[in-house]
Design a binder for this molecule. Structure first.
Ligand code: C2E
Ligand code: MG
Ligand code: MG
Length: 717
């Protein structure tokens, strides 16, 4: 109080004197003025700590003067005490309206005036300190980047305490989002969530998506919520839109396929794990459909990768639409992209396995509809493997593996089809896949070899040809028969390098034999029917002949009946071109069910090879024997030579001779053997030929010469 300045404004000189005396004694510095205008001026110049204003003064009265002081810059907060002669309620009311801090009625208690003014000044200073602190707080809150809202228990705004300034956060959008955010609704509504914040010691935190004012998106806030007063809650909002966008992007990259936007394998595995746990728990059925585009590679190769990508994209959309339309009864089916051209569909809560099969059938049907990609119209087919819990596994890894297995066996069955997993195929197929992988190395690691089986002309007893047969010496499994690995090679692209190797090796052997003087010996090479769709067989053969320096006449190409099933025109053309090159051709395995003699006349063939299965019971079955005779006669009429395959007994040989069969090949004559051994046989046969004009079958290790001579009725062998 010492030295605090007090301004007295009163037109009554006596009152002024008494006031001054009382206040000076109480230690104040006092200045006096006699009217309202002077009071305002003195306030401005002198900056008093308190003002005592008489109400009734000439000119500007106390009320007007108080109001003018309040409007002053820098001093407007000074405590003002109205000194009134009337203690009526109306003037008290007017005093407060004018901004007075307090009032005192005349006559004054002079002894108490000093105290009264001291309290007035102290109250003023406290208020001043409070205002300063509030201003500082407001400045501080305003400087915060994060908005701070004060809301009531229902989430309605009490005050916006600052943060970010207007425009950065639209408070009304935040408040309405509080009411409509699904996560808060799920938690029982905003009131419940706020109540929870009151009950826990830590601030309650949650994420709040807010529809953004700016076009193109939404903002996400991290909200921290603490109870402030009885029914008040402080919400501190932090804008995490960027952070969220980044983490969403990272999730997108890690869990979704870039091209189609579908979940990737990783994400799918997680969903599957979750769903399979739920299905096992609820005794529900869950299905996996593994969908593979059959001809994407072809599209990529012919139309380019961009079209290939577009096909994958539209196909993904097709699958999604299909699930939307036809997966209606299924709880949230998922489709994921598994890699290049593979998709996996997860069908939770299946009624039965049939439902999965029906959906797979729909997929086949929908896939077959032409697809427009820019200026191209693309046709695709797909193959689908299906596995269903619990029959095909209750663990996600088992179910997934079995869906893949089912897909592979569907592929083996010719693609563009569906296949439900079944157990035995699993193990067998795994073994085949392992074998197929080993086969890739076989050529490079020199595990392949050819063996040769002589073909004997019955009439002369001469070895007129040799068929070469492929052998694979597997490092662990030992010898693998061609029936076990040629089909594997045919399924993959391996058939081409394999066939190359066989043809080149056979031609190398032909050269060796030619150097040894076997100049009119023809070596027969088996050609897979698959080759006709992979290359021009006639060009492939003539290139190999040219490279090896061998004439076409030393080669015979064996084609199986199944080749004719693929594309007869292509095969016909190839056979004719081979004939032009001097290469002989034969139809292998005749009688196994595909071809009929009637269309053989359209093909430029030299020889027909009657299949071993047909020859096997020829001696015991009169009907087989008759049919065999008819085939031979018919073939002769078509100008074809006939080879009987798989001759194992003398009876068979005798019978075929009677029926006019031209040549025989079989264990009875000779087993397939390595080249050196075959050379020895050829040499033995040649020396016999020179002396007796024929070959003694006994030299081939099967029979005594007498037996053969007797049975064949020649006596000269
Ligand atoms: P294929 O061309 O009909 O060959 C005749 C098959 O009958 C050979 O079986 C041969 O060893 C067997 N065989 C010959 N005489 C007898 C006999 O008296 N009794 C019995 N039980 N079997 C006899 P292999 O070598 O196992 O070949 C099986 C098939 O594999 C061949 O049938 C041929 O279709 C295919 N193959 C063999 N080598 C090649 C090749 O280099 N390329 C292609 N694409 N296929 C080949
Ligand atoms: Mg053959
Ligand atoms: Mg055959």
């Amino acid at each position: 109080m010492s030295g605090d300045r007090v301004l007295i404004a009163d037109d009554d000189v006596a009152t002024r004197l008494l006031m001054r005396t009382a206040l000076t004694q109480a230690g104040f510095n006092v200045i006096e003025v006699t009217d309202g205008e002077a009071a305002v001026a003195a306030c401005r110049e002198w900056l008093p700590h308190a003002v005592l204003l008489d109400v009734e003064m000439p000119g500007m009265d106390g009320f007007a003067s108080c109001a003018a002081i309040r409007a002053l810059e820098g001093i407007g907060d000074v405590p003002v005490m109205m000194v009134t002669g009337r203690d009526d309620v109306a003037s008290v009311e007017l005093a407060y309206q004018a901004g007075a801090t307090d009032f005192v009625a005349k006559p004054l208690n002079w002894g108490l005036l000093g105290h009264r003014v001291r309290y007035l000044i102290r109250g003023g200073k406290t208020r001043q300190a409070l205002l300063t602190s509030e201003r500082r707080n407001a400045a501080l809150l305003d400087a915060l980047p994060d908005p701070l809202l004060l809301v009531d228990g229902a989430g309605a705004l009490i005050a916006k305490l600052g943060g970010g300034g207007e425009g950065r956060v639209a408070t009304d959008l935040v408040l309405s989002s509080l009411q409509s955010a699904p996560r808060l609704i799920d938690a029982g509504g905003v009131a419940k969530v706020l109540q929870q914040a009151r009950e826990q010691s830590e601030p309650l935190e949650f994420e709040l998506p807010v529809r953004a004012q700016s076009p193109g998106g939404q903002q996400t806030f991290e909200v921290r919520c603490v109870a402030a007063g009885a029914d008040e809650y402080m919400l501190l909002l932090r804008d995490i839109t960027e952070r969220k966008r980044d983490s969403d992007r990272i999730t997108q990259l890690a869990y979704f396929d870039d091209l189609t936007g579908l979940p990737n394998r990783q994400r799918f595995s997680e969903i599957l794990q979750r769903e399979i746990n739920a299905a096992n728990l609820n005794d529900a059925r869950l299905g996996l459909l593994y969908v593979d585009l059959d001809n994407l590679k072809h599209i990529n190769d012919t139309l380019g990768l961009a079209v290939g990508d577009a096909v994958i994209k539209s196909y993904a959309a097709r699958l999604e639409t299909l699930l939307m339309l036809h997966g209606g009864t299924l709880a949230s089916p998922t489709v994921a992209r598994f890699g290049g051209d593979e998709f996996m569909l997860l069908l939770p809560s299946l009624k039965d396995t049939r439902q999965a099969l029906q959906l797979a059938e729909r997929i086949l049907a929908v896939s077959a509809e032409p697809m427009r990609c820019g200026e191209h119209e693309v046709l695709i087919t797909v193959t689908v493997g299906i596995a269903v819990t619990p029959d095909h596994g209750t663990e996600s890894a088992d179910l997934m593996r079995n869906a893949v297995t089912a897909l592979h066996s569907a592929r083996d069955g010719g693609r563009n089809r569906l296949q439900l997993y079944h157990e035995p195929a699993g193990a067998a197929l795994r073994d085949r896949i392992a074998l197929q992988n080993d086969l890739r190395l076989a050529v490079a690691q020199n595990q392949l070899a050819l063996v040769y089986q002589p073909q004997l002309e019955i009439k002369t007893g001469r070895v007129v040809g040799v068929e070469c047969l492929l052998r694979w010496h597997h490092p662990q499994r030992g010898p693998v028969p061609p029936s076990a690995f040629v089909p594997l090679a045919e399924e993959s692209s391996l058939i081409m390098p394999l066939s190359d190797w066989v043809l080149q090796e056979a031609l190398r052997q032909v050269l060796r034999w030619q150097r040894e003087g076997f100049t009119d010996l023809a070596v027969a090479v088996n050609v897979s029917s698959k080759l006709f769709s992979l290359c021009s067989v006639s060009e492939w053969v003539s290139c190999a002949l040219r490279d090896a320096g061998v004439a076409g006449s030393a080669l015979e190409i064996e084609v199986t009946e199944s080749a004719l099933l693929h594309d007869r025109a292509v095969v016909m053309h190839a056979l004719a071109a081979l004939a032009d090159n001097g290469v002989r051709t034969s139809l292998d395995d005749f009688g196994t069910g595909y071809s009929s003699l009637s269309y053989l006349k359209d093909l430029q063939l030299d020889t027909l090879k009657i299949d071993r299965s047909f020859i096997a019971d020829i001696a015991d079955s009169p009907s087989n024997s008759a049919i065999c005779g008819a085939i031979i006669a018919m073939a002769h009429r078509l100008g074809l030579k006939v080879v009987a395959e798989g001759i194992e007994t003398l009876e068979q040989l005798a019978m075929l001779r009677l029926q006019g069969c031209d040549m025989v090949q079989g264990y009875f004559v000779a087993r397939p053997m390595p080249a050196e051994q075959c050379t020895a046989v050829l040499q033995a046969a040649r020396s016999r030929n020179l002396s007796a004009g024929g070959i003694n079958l006994a030299d081939l290790g099967q029979l005594s010469g007498d037996d053969v001579g007797r049975l064949l009725g020649t006596g000269s062998y």
